[in-house]
Design a protein around this ligand. Structure first.
Ligand code: FAD
Length: 483
């Protein structure tokens, strides 16, 4: 690839898409060259922004012919540097920002077709207007796009009941690396034509093509919800409570665990935040229960009925049910602000990990003790989706360290140590954020030869010129290298 080839693609984009389709002013490009956490900084001569599938196909086809690499980008909320272009300027960004139409919402069928650049919160609102909802949400809902969520097989806070994007996507349309279009939007309940290309594209992190539109499953809108904040002694008590709730009802949508020190960071760094409970508790859980019709027991009454015995027998230390929607939103804001508060508090090595659900409480405690003993001065704890066996296990740096040096010199060995513990526990080093550039080395270090060989063979088959999102998720072995 030469600078000339990139310039030829930019010229072609300007001619084919108009001025809005080729953004070259460095001031307009700059905000899209750095990730949300500020950990990865890339370089790109332009952002190419097609507005339709046909335009995206034309751009990718021309990039393929010219040998120009492309980095698909949606809301740039990736937690693993997945949407940041390489630092050497060897790729252009292909943004889906202009492919932002909701093509249809069919409330009766429970389906929506959204283009890749539709922002999650926009889809939530549009579905709500039709008495429906898309049951996946996360802290970045104001910027994360349907294409990005699909490309990362995102999870979020309702996986407990509704699963990840893999379960919520009923069809995918995508431009493959040679510019051809895969039309898999039809919501087929049964389709046994061999390998499932839609599922391959879900979670492919932009390395197998550009997702241009997605058919999504909708569920009936919530008629009432209740949000409880519970204080308890340890993660074991939290899992016992979850099991008890699940045995009694299928109305629980979210069950998020939060250590007291993480709540403390939110209270310290996020304006207007208040602790829901009086007194101090080592651990907290946020629980949401919903009802889709008002004929059943109201969710607040349900939670009250189920939490009362847990309080009486000491399984939980204290609990409060949000008195109104504003309070419920305030509880959720505490949960959704955890990453932001931690970012404000200083450097941390972050690990989005999973182990079997039943093993997670013990893992959280044992791994935190092991890490703190091995790396004195650090503080390790996990928060998040306990019911999915997925927590964000973060190791905060000792106070007063130089962040740049700490990230360069200390964080990698902490991460390797944590990942080794995860693998020993039979878990995954990426539960929901993907691999991106952040976890590529660790994926290679810790994957079985069978997994690595299969990942590389798939990449080689679909993107042999390796123009799609170079340096993310999977690297093709250099010619002649041992697999
Ligand atoms: P981007 O960040 O732009 O891209 C992400 C990856 O997808 C990149 O590899 C990119 O190349 C690729 N990509 C983007 N669009 C396309 C496309 N159209 N076709 C092909 N590839 C594409 N994630 C969770 O799963 N659960 C959470 O609870 C969660 N909470 C978060 C909270 C905060 C505050 C933040 C900042 C992030 C959180 N995330 C979470 C991560 C993030 O929101 C997801 O990774 C999201 O799915 C990315 O969407 P995006 O549009 O921003 O994609």
């Amino acid at each position: 690839m030469t600078q000339t080839a990139q310039q030829m693609l930019i010229d072609y984009a300007r001619e084919r898409l108009g001025e809005k389709g080729a953004i070259v002013d460095p001031a307009d490009v700059a905000p899209w060259l750095v990730d949300w956490r500020g950990r990865y900084r890339g370089s790109a001569a332009a952002i190419i922004a097609p507005a339709t599938t046909a335009e995206a196909a034309a751009i990718v086809g021309r990039a393929h012919a010219l040998g120009v690499s492309l980095v698909p980008q949606g809301g740039n909320s990736s937690m693993v540097g997945g949407s940041v272009p390489p630092a050497d300027g060897s790729a252009l960004i292909l943004s889906t920002r202009r492919m932002n139409r909701i093509r249809s919402i069919d409330a009766a069928a429970g389906l929506a077709i959204a283009e890749a650049g539709v922002i999650l919160a926009t889809l939530h609102d549009a579905a709500g207007e039709q008495g429906m909802r898309f049951p996946l949400t996360l802290g970045a809902k104001g910027s994360a796009t349907i294409g990005g969520l699909t490309a990362t097989n995102a999870g979020g806070t309702q996986v407990l009941r509704w699963g990840t994007m893999r379960g919520l996507v009923a069809g995918v349309e995508a431009v493959l690396p040679d510019g051809s279009v895969h039309d898999g939007l039809a919501p087929l309940k049964k389709d046994n034509r061999g390998y499932d290309l839609n599922q391959l594209l879900i979670g492919s992190e932009g390395t197998l093509g550009v997702i241009t539109a997605v058919t999504l499953r909708l569920v009936p809108a919530v008629a009432a919800r209740a949000v409880a904040w519970v204080g308890l002694a340890d993660p074991q008590a939290a899992l016992a409570l979850l099991r008890r709730l699940e045995a009694a009802t299928d109305a629980i949508e979210s069950f998020e665990i939060i250590p007291d020190d993480s709540l403390g960071l939110v209270l310290a760094h996020i304006p207007a935040s208040r602790a829901p409970l009086n007194g101090s508790h080592p651990w907290h859980v946020l629980i949401e229960a919903v009802a889709t019709d008002l004929g059943h027991e109201a969710p607040a009454a349900l939670l009250e009925r189920l939490l009362a015995p847990a309080l009486a027998d000491g399984m939980v230390q204290d609990a409060v049910i949000a008195a109104n929607e504003a309070q419920a939103a305030a509880f959720w804001r505490l949960r959704d602000s955890l990453s932001e508060a931690e970012r404000a508090a200083g450097p941390a090595a972050q690990h989005d990990i999973s182990v079997p659900v039943a093993d997670m409480p013990r893992f959280m405690i044992d791994a935190a003790c092991a890490v703190e003993a091995r790396f004195p001065g650090t503080h390790a704890s996990g928060f998040g989706h306990l019911g999915d066996g997925n927590v964000h296990f973060h190791v905060r740096a000792p106070a007063g360290v130089d962040p740049v040096r700490w990230y360069a010199e200390q964080a990698p060995s902490i991460t390797s140590y944590v990942n080794d513990l995860v693998i020993e526990a039979g878990g995954s080093i990426s539960a929901e954020h993907g691999i991106g550039q952040m976890k590529l080395g660790e994926l290679e270090r810790l994957s079985t030869p069978a997994r690595l060989a299969a990942l590389r063979a798939i990449k080689q088959a679909i993107d042999p010129a390796a123009i799609m999102n170079p340096g993310k998720l999977v690297r093709l072995a250099p010619a002649g290298a041992a697999p």
